[in-house]
Design a protein around this ligand. Sequence first.
Ligand SMILES: Cc1cc2nc3c(=O)[nH]c(=O)nc-3n(C[C@H](O)[C@H](O)[C@H](O)COP(=O)(O)OP(=O)(O)OC[C@H]3O[C@@H](n4cnc5c(N)ncnc54)[C@H](O)[C@@H]3O)c2cc1C
Length: 479
Amino acid sequence: MGLKTKEEYIESIAAMKPTAYMFGEKVESVVDNPRLRAGIEATGATYEVAHLDEYKDLVVTQSPLLNEPVNRFTLPPSSIDDLVARVKVNRILGNYVGTCHQRCTGLDCLSTLSIVTYDIDQKYGTNYYKNFMEFLKHMQKNDLVGNAGVTDVKGDRSKGPSDQEDKDMYVRVVDKNSDGIVVRGAKVHQTGSLSSHEIIVLPTRAMRKGDEDYALAFAIPSDTPGLIHVVGRSSLDRRELEGCDIGNVRYSKYCPTLIFNDVFVPWERVFMCGEVEFAVDMVVKFSAFHRQSHGGCKSGKIDVMLGTALTLMDYNGTSKAGHLKQKAIDMIHRAETLYGCCLAASYEGKKMPSGTYYIDTVLANASKIHEGKEMAEAIRLMVDMSGGFVADLPSDRDFENPEIGDLLKKYMKGVAGVPVEHRVKMFRLAEKLAMESADTISDIHGGGSPEAHRITIFRETDVEAKKKAAKRLAGIEEG
Ligand SMILES: Cc1cc2nc3c(=O)[nH]c(=O)nc-3n(C[C@H](O)[C@H](O)[C@H](O)COP(=O)(O)OP(=O)(O)OC[C@H]3O[C@@H](n4cnc5c(N)ncnc54)[C@H](O)[C@@H]3O)c2cc1C
């Protein structure tokens, strides 16, 4: 099959028949729904760039598994160069779509599974790595998108999976037979689940003895019977359905709640089932990969926010204001620090027993802490540089209204020579970049909440080595 074009990708999504709801109604065709289509277009960009001369050498690579060219979003890293390319591709795409392209999570799941399934098999003599490699071949051969089904609803956060009053608060096995397992539960905030061919489920947290039914990893097509996608709201979503005041006229992001209503999974699609002690490995590795993916694409998003602010300065007549130039510099250094930290996580990566390369966990988590704080600051700077119309621009329909349209255009004029329509469009884009909740809130909670990053950093840092270095300098000798 080989590399798909964007059009072939969209046809392949159109051919699927998922059960989906939005605003209380069933969605019959996801590709014809303007809100979902804007998300599908964002993922489609990952196919488009694979065919553009400017990007294809970076985005397309050779699969050692198939010995054929594949899109990097289906390739678990098998070298430091692959780890570095992950970050570069995400930055390009963050800049190209100005929102989330929604394909990194699937790669982060594939990369995790290609490490941990091997380790489980080494300990228990199971077949998970073989199952996974067959699945990986399917993903690569058909150039597919995977969605990360990681975050469980979690019920009472002070209790573990098996201690919950309702036992379905974490996705679990409710039945098993010689053909496979039946699973029940719900995964939430499922970025682009309807733009994906496959839902890849991993555990959301560490597990302990007694949680065996919850220590699960598997993959199923996104239109599997019993799977229900309920598309969540985002702050500007109605505008996409109305086709008005959209801001980013090409791309968007949506995140469904995904209900597993007694869904059958054949054994050959199961990658972990009951090996509780490996749940922590799955979640730490996925989170580290995903937190790093975020840094790549969010530095690309700062690039486009900076471009928006600088263009509005041109349109507003403020391009020579010294304090605004300083603010542009503040945006650039935030993007580059984030990017640098993610690249460092790649350069410090290591080969794991399966042969897959894994990034440096501490650097990846440090980049995510930086993102959580500094994306908010970058948005604040963009809004400061752009002006108050980021908040309350009249609608395109008011500009088109014969009674008030010309008056609005007169008063919306900035510098001579810039069409009013351009200034209006650029303010709309700034609004979308600053306020699209499905994207901006992922800066904080995407890939786990900030405290999870901090806990990981402390746990993975060799603090004893640091104490030892200090004691040596202070002349303290122990034992
Ligand atoms: C826009 C967006 C996109 C996302 N995309 C995906 C996706 O594609 N796939 C996916 O699987 N997930 C996705 N996520 C989910 C994301 O990983 C979670 O939102 C994140 O892990 C936090 O979980 P939560 O939302 O349930 O919040 P909670 O876990 O309820 O956390 C809320 C706060 O409570 C704290 N807290 C929670 N439990 C405890 C405890 N026991 N002790 C102390 N403090 C606690 C947390 O640190 C946090 O500060 C996405 C999230 C967002 C916002």
